[in-house]
Design a protein around this ligand. Structure first.
Ligand code: G1P
Ligand code: ZN
Length: 547
């Protein structure tokens, strides 16, 4: 602890709601704005993780409301807890994958990431804070629980008063009790991408008249995308849409999916669609990939990536294994099997990939929720995924739709959709899952509208690296006709509850590969509604969103 005259102890009352979810603590801005709320949670983190005196901490966020103003508070508490150096990006902004890379690159003791990802921003939106360890990955479940436990008995915190933080000035600044280093994180991140992808080939591809449109949705990736696409690859400035980061994301819901980015789906369907249309989310870790007349389902995306990985410089030797979150379709499993490498099935949330990545057991991983990544960092990475696809198109000299269709013709197609049911009364959502859980023993063998249930369980994960156990990670139901239904509750919302129902139907390579997703999945959707008694429990006849 720092003991200079600038540092003092401040009394407070503990908050009872600082329980981290799937990806850190996310709350409404109004909740974070309560007196001592942010400070108490930070104190709980510092007491739990015990950072070695003098070490460095990476701090930065997606640029949303409260990002910039939180950094002086974090620096003040960090100084009081003996942290020697804060490393951040210009104006306190760092994309989540860039922050993860920076932690590893600079051998920092960890990082504090200020983001609520794709949740809306602005004064009425959400804010969030997540602690990443020295590996660059999100703190494991046990640490998150310990932080929560500590938060319940915080009655005071230590804080150093610091001079105003020069967050807009690159370089090192001595603040007395702590050093502040503002780095050009776009340049560092772009340099990392140059080690993985063939920039010359991509620049040629652009020069040949292929176009790219990347929508930063006024969130954190704008400066990174400009650095890479425009400065290093020579694309026109107009290739990056909505490039300026804004605290309210310019009113966008910065979630790269076909509902919130319907304008990009429309662009990809127009006669003058660029060869590659893409977007990332608030903090830059998600990706959406489209091309003329085609959107790549995230489940297909990782399967295609794995199939072609050895064609790209960073993955020439192939990968040792692959992983997907449990609700993600099994498209990638088939590629792994063909390649003879292991495919791990993990609970929802990127942190479950981190041990496997750290142990060198996997080289690629992904989730159905528009998240894909590799061993280059310990977070999913939106721009990386876009560059992977761009490099692939340039290498294969094929259109995006042909690449995807070729894949289906080789492996068959996993039709896939996630249905979300938002329910204000969280108890009703919990009751639905409880009822399914209670009924599990009776499910195998049961007939369900023309097919039968072959297996059903509540997903339980045992981490193959450290042996830690995670129970109750979602209800899985497998059907005799190649269908699968998964039910789980979202862990990232800030109000009510969202029931997620994941539908997957496999069609072999010689089957009907060109159906509309909704048509192909209609029978499965009604089976899922019947089995889950969705209307009875929630009062909802249809999903609030289908993604
Ligand atoms: C959602 C996604 C999950 C992702 C997480 C953080 O979590 O489903 O795949 O890792 O956001 O980006 P959920 O709200 O389902 O708990
Ligand atoms: Zn995100």
């Amino acid at each position: 602890m720092s003991d200079t005259a600038n540092c003092r102890e401040i009394q407070c009352e503990p908050y009872s709601d600082q329980q981290p979810g799937t990806a850190g603590l996310r709350k409404k801005v109004k909740v974070f704005r309560q007196p001592h709320y942010l400070e108490s949670f930070l104190e709980a983190i510092f007491r739990t993780v015990k950072i070695a005196p003098g070490s460095a901490l990476v701090v930065g966020g997606d640029g949303r409301y409260m990002n910039r103003e939180s950094i002086p508070v974090i620096a003040g508490l960090a100084a009081a807890h003996g942290v020697g150096r804060i490393i951040t990006g210009l104006d306190g902004r760092l994309s989540t994958p860039a922050a993860s890379h920076l932690i590893r690159d600079r051998q920092a003791a960890g990082g504090l990431l200020l983001t609520a990802s794709h949740n809306p921003g602005g004064p009425d939106g959400d804010f969030g804070l997540k602690f990443n360890t020295a590996t660059g990955g999100q703190a494991p479940e046990a640490t998150a629980e310990a932080i929560y436990a500590a938060s319940q008995s915080i009655t005071s915190y230590r804080l150093c008063d610091l001079p105003e933080l020069p967050l807009s000035a690159l370089g090192e600044h001595d603040l007395g009790d702590i050093l502040l280093e503002v780095v050009d994180s776009a340049a560092g991140y772009a340099a990392l991408m140059e080690t993985l992808f063939d920039f010359d080939r991509m620049a040629d591809w652009l020069r040949q008249g292929n176009e790219v449109a990347f929508d930063a949705l006024h969130a954190v990736t704008g400066p990174y995308a400009r650095e890479i696409f425009c400065r290093r690859l020579g694309a026109a400035e107009t290739a990056v849409l909505n490039a300026e980061p804004l605290p309210d994301f310019g009113g966008f819901h910065p979630d790269p999916n076909p509902v919130d980015c319907a304008h990009l789906v429309e662009l990809s369907r127009s006669p003058n669609s660029p060869a590659l249309v893409a977007a990332s989310d608030g903090d830059g870790d998600r990706n959406m990939i489209l091309g003329p007349g085609m959107m790549v389902s995230p489940c297909d995306s990782i399967a295609v990536m794995l199939h072609h990985a050895d064609k790209l410089p960073g993955y020439r030797d192939g990968v040792p294994g692959v992983a997907r979150s449990m609700p993600t379709s099994r498209a990638v499993d088939m590629v792994a099997e063909a390649l003879g490498i292991p495919c791990f099935e993990t609970p929802t949330g990127w942190r479950f990939f981190c041990n496997l990545l750290e142990a060198g057991r996997i080289g690629l991983c992904g989730e159905e929720s528009f998240g894909t990544g590799s061993s280059h960092t310990r977070e999913k990475d939106g721009l990386w995924a876009v560059l992977f696809w761009m490099n692939l198109l340039a290498e294969l000299r094929m259109g995006l739709d042909d690449v995807v269709r070729d894949h289906w013709r080789r492996y068959g197609r996993h039709y896939y959709q996630r249905q979300d049911f938002y329910i204000e009364d969280a108890d009703r959502a919990r009751a639905l899952v409880e009822a399914l859980r209670a009924g599990l023993p009776g499910l195998p063998g049961r007939q369900l509208d023309g097919t039968s249930i072959t297996a059903a369980d509540d997903f339980h994960y045992r981490d193959p690296v450290d042996g830690s156990e995670s129970a109750n990670q979602g209800i899985r139901v497998e059907l005799a006709d190649g269908g699968r239904i998964v039910y789980r509750l979202s862990g990232t919302g800030t109000t009510g509850a969202t029931l997620r129902v994941y539908l997957e139907q496999y069609t072999p390579a010689d089957g009907q590969l060109e159906q509309q997703v909704a048509t192909a999945l209609a029978p499965l959707a009604s089976r899922a509604a019947e089995l889950g008694q969705i209307e009875e429990f929630t009062g909802l006849k249809a999903p609030t969103a289908s993604i």
